[in-house]
Design a protein around this ligand. Structure first.
Ligand code: AMP
Length: 281
């Protein structure tokens, strides 16, 4: 751990700074507008690594044409203060030109695992994610990289990419950090007005209802999906995009729950799209 936090933008600055950092090095990739969920990843990296690097980059290639790239919340000053307090050693703030220089034309894609769920709803999203994370891995060359269970499919896809491309990096997935009322922390929660913020707990309530049914012995996946759907439908400000009860490893929809299972959903609260998930078994 170094005395003061180093902040870099270009690849040359990054590579120079990396020479000063002790190993093992942990990397926490983020899009900024940091909250306790992000900071939990930094804390975990701090516990497990001699040095901690954090990247902040709102990656344009993972946003669809009708998504929220232009209005995605940003506050670099605040983020840097939070990271200083969290004892990060290095913060990398690449520009679009650093990540996607003119003429950029190389992409990383994970196939089967990106087909369902978020991949089905957000065409091209995971191609953007895996390409940028691959570039972050190549540039930073961390020993460990930290991701949140909040984005369950993203974590699975990155684990797959890391194995398939033989990155010598340990992918560590950390638990979802929630507000006291159960809402999963997300930079996008800042879009919600007071009424929508109250309605947004419906994701947690729906997942909790399905989990309760599972704990009471329910193993029919369609029944669990129906419980989630019906709970979301009780909330007038919510519009359900999908609910899923899928195999944890393959993300394929189940008929019967037996092994490790992912309950997940995407719900619009007003114009804000929120996702959440629970793991069963
Ligand atoms: P983002 O800035 O939204 O791209 O998130 C950066 C990383 O933080 C990703 O690995 C997310 O899964 C993780 N993350 C976001 N929200 C949470 C949360 N509430 N709890 C734990 N990790 C989170």
């Amino acid at each position: 751990m170094s005395d003061s936090m180093i902040i870099v933008t270009t690849l040359q600055e990054l590579w120079q700074a990396l020479r000063l950092l002790d190993r093992p090095l942990g990397l926490v990739p983020t899009m900024g507008y940091l909250h306790e969920g992000h900071l939990s990843l930094v804390q975990r990296a701090r516990q497990e690594c001699a040095s901690v690097a954090v990247s902040i980059f709102v990656n344009p290639t993972q946003f669809g044409p009708n998504e929220d790239l232009s209005r995605y919340p940003r506050n670099i000053e605040r983020d840097l203060k939070l990271l200083e307090t969290a004892c990060a050693d290095l913060v990398w703030l690449p520009t679009n030109e650093v990540m996607y220089p003119t003429g950029f034309q190389t992409w990383v894609t994970v196939e089967t695992l990106t087909a369902p769920l978020e991949g089905a709803m957000r065409p091209g999203h995971f191609r953007g994610v895996t390409t940028v994370v691959s570039k972050l891995f190549n540039a930073v060359r961390p020993d460990k990289a930290y991701f949140g269970q909040k984005d369950a499919q993203q974590a699975a896809v990155i684990r797959q990419m890391t194995n398939d491309l033989s990155y010598p990096i340990e992918v560590i997935v950390c638990p979802t950090v929630r507000e006291p009322d159960g809402l999963a922390m997300s930079s996008r929660n800042s879009y919600l007005n007071a009424e929508e913020r109250r309605a947004a707990t419906v994701l947690f309530r729906a997942l909790s209802a399905a989990q309760q049914a599972y704990q009471n012995g329910e193993r029919n996946a369609e029944t669990l999906r129906r419980i989630m759907r019906e709970t979301v439908q009780t909330e007038p400000l919510a519009r359900l995009q999908y609910v899923s009860c899928a195999d944890y490893d393959t993300l394929q929809e189940l008929e019967t729950v037996s092994g490790k299972t992912l309950l997940s959903m995407a719900v619009f609260i007003g114009n804000t799209r929120l996702i959440d998930n629970f793991v069963l078994g």
